[in-house]
Design a protein. Structure first.
Length: 176
């Protein structure tokens, strides 16, 4: 995907995305992209910078970290990113002064946003995906998914601490 910056002098350019995850080199051991990367991005020239603005969306599948069942996540991201010409890099202050808007660099007269699009989607992936907020996870003993019902080890677990109340009695004795 290429944006010719010279074309932006005559007005903003909008591109429509509908690309496979492979195109953006997305997908890994801990997540799958199960839909195309779709969206619309508008590039406009603002003084000496190029503003990329629009929306990105796709569907991602990850495993719930508690029960390991697949979780489908709908990613929808508003994108605002400044492209700064590489020759301006020495004025690093510029980047900080862009009112908190993320920025990237381009060289020559062509912007290739592919890598930035990839990064923008990757930062949306949760570190700890859950199938639901109150996921009960797997029994550490038998591995049963506790969302589908309890297992017999839980009861046995209680029995393995027969003198569970004895420390409370001891404490009472000390206090009295
Ligand atoms: Zn879960
Ligand atoms: Zn169990």
């Amino acid at each position: 995907m290429k944006i010719d910056v010279q074309n932006l002098h005559s007005g903003p350019v909008t591109i429509t995305l509908d690309h496979t995850s492979r195109y953006f080199d997305l997908g890994g051991e801990d997540y799958q992209v199960v839909d195309n990367i779709r969206g619309e991005l508008t590039f406009s020239l603002i003084r000496d910078k190029v503003l990329m603005q629009g929306i990105l969306q796709t569907h991602i599948r990850m495993d719930c970290i508690r029960c390991l069942e697949p979780v489908d996540l709908y990613i929808k991201k508003d994108v605002t990113l400044y492209y700064i010409h590489k020759s301006e890099e020495k004025g690093k202050e510029d980047v900080i002064n862009l009112e908190g808007i993320e920025s990237s660099y381009y060289q020559g007269l062509i912007i290739v946003p592919d890598n930035d699009i990839r990064e923008l989607i990757l930062v949306e992936l949760p570190d700890y995906p859950y199938c639901k907020e109150d996921c009960k996870g797997l029994c550490p003993t038998c591995g049963k998914n506790l969302n589908t019902g309890s297992c017999s080890c839980q009861k046995e677990g209680k029995n393995s601490f027969p003198e569970g109340d004895s420390w409370k009695n001891t404490l009472k004795n000390i206090e009295s």
